[in-house]
Design a binder for this molecule. Structure first.
Ligand code: NAD
Ligand code: UDP
Length: 338
């Protein structure tokens, strides 16, 4: 089965391509390399034994997409491509709406022209805003507090309207919680450009000596130890969630929404301790002011995905931290340029 994977050179997309290859699917990667490097292809090949088809292109380029759909008999699209930095989205809202919202509309339009009617979209737990309670269920109210989150919410709404008007389509919205970890080989992982925004890559860079200390954003939240609590999920589990979505609802007409999380919450300090244990390195930290826009705690109720997709996150916190450390210590500066 040919599956178009937009953003397949990125962090979550590359891990998903490996799992797809291992399960006999053929990913066709379409990526403009805005936030990824060509070396990712070599690493996917090294790990899986297969060099995926790669087309360098932008999802806002309808002609380029039309060519891909004309060339390959594509059954489904997994749509990862987009911009994802919350802080940057506040500085550059237009770029975020253009890439994430306009880009998705162009992609859906090209799919419609080509008669491809199955899409899995990368959404985020950010669409729940500041939830009234935890764990979070799929039918909780949605809201946005920044342009990145709003772009995800707008895309969810556009796709919902579109699916209503086109009931023979299958559209799946996967709301990821906090993806961390790396492929267990240490060949693939998260490679943020510049100073990492997310906790795990920052902790990893402190452990490997690239940064002096971690700033812990807030020590006075009403949580178990005062620091923020999140649902960290291994990227390989997340990758498997996409395969489960394709297999169970990818050809089932309708709009399908699933949380992809573990159902467990860990605090920032628990993550630091787990990382120190996995790496054998000290992770220096300082507690500083809260980061504007952050919420105290957030974790999923993943029961719907378990029931309907027959999928459940199975990798432990130890695996998340050990695999991250293997990637970080083998590749202290991330992927080489070429
Ligand atoms: P990433 O930046 O590593 O990967 C995204 C890929 O998309 C990159 O390779 C980039 O070059 C490509 N891309 C960006 N704009 C493009 C365009 N216009 N045309 C073609 N390619 C383009 O990000 P990721 O962490 O792998 O995230 C993948 C998706 O999951 C994103 O949509 C993101 O918003 C969503 N998501 C990520 C997280 C997270 O914490 N990583 C959490 C929730 C949701
Ligand atoms: N965090 C932190 N220091 C950092 C980055 C993140 O203390 O340098 C905290 C953040 O406040 C939140 C948790 O780590 O409680 C996860 O943040 P991240 O940005 O990784 O994901 P988010 O849940 O905000 O999308």
């Amino acid at each position: 089965m040919f599956v178009l994977v937009t953003g397949g050179m990125g962090y979550i997309g590359s891990h998903t391509c490996i799992q797809m290859i291992e399960s006999g699917m053929t990913p066709i990667i379409f990526d403009n390399l805005y936030n990824s490097k060509p070396t990712v292809l070599d690493r996917i090949e090294k790990v899986s034994g297969v060099r995926p088809i790669f087309i360098e292109g932008d999802i806002r380029d309808k002609q380029a997409l039309a060519q891909v759909f004309a060339q390959y008999d594509i059954q489904s699209v997994i749509h990862f491509a987009g911009l994802k930095a919350v802080g940057e989205s506040v500085e550059k809202p237009l770029e975020y709406y253009d890439n994430n919202v306009h880009g998705t509309l162009v992609l859906v339009d090209a799919m419609r022209d080509a008669g491809v009617k199955s899409m899995v979209f990368s959404s985020s737990a950010t669409v729940y805003g500041d939830p009234a309670s935890v764990p979070i269920l799929e039918d909780f109210p949605t809201s946005a507090t920044n342009p990145y989150g709003r772009s995800k919410l707008i895309v969810e709404e556009c796709l919902t309207d579109f699916q209503k008007a086109n009931p023979d389509w299958s559209i799946t919205l996967l709301r990821y919680f906090n993806p961390v970890g790396s492929h267990p080989s240490g060949e693939l992982g998260e490679d943020p450009q510049g100073i990492p925004n997310n906790l795990m890559p920052f902790v990893a860079q402190v452990a490997v000596g690239r940064r002096e200390f971690l700033s812990v954003f807030g020590g006075d939240y009403p949580t178990k130890d005062g620091t923020g609590v999140r649902d960290y999920i291994h990227v390989m589990d997340l990758a498997d969630g996409h395969l489960a979505a394709l297999n169970h609802v990818g050809s089932k007409q309708g709009l399908h929404i699933y949380n992809l999380g573990t159902g467990k919450g860990n605090s920032v300090l628990e993550m630091v301790v787990a990382f120190e244990k996995a790496s054998g390195q000290k992770v220096a930290y300082k507690i500083v002011d809260r980061r504007p826009g952050d919420i105290a705690e957030c974790w999923a109720n993943p029961a719907k995905a378990e029931q309907e997709l027959k999928w459940k996150a199975s990798r432990s916190l130890e695996q998340m931290t050990e695999d991250t450390w293997r990637w970080q210590s083998n590749n202290p500066l991330g992927y080489p340029q070429s």
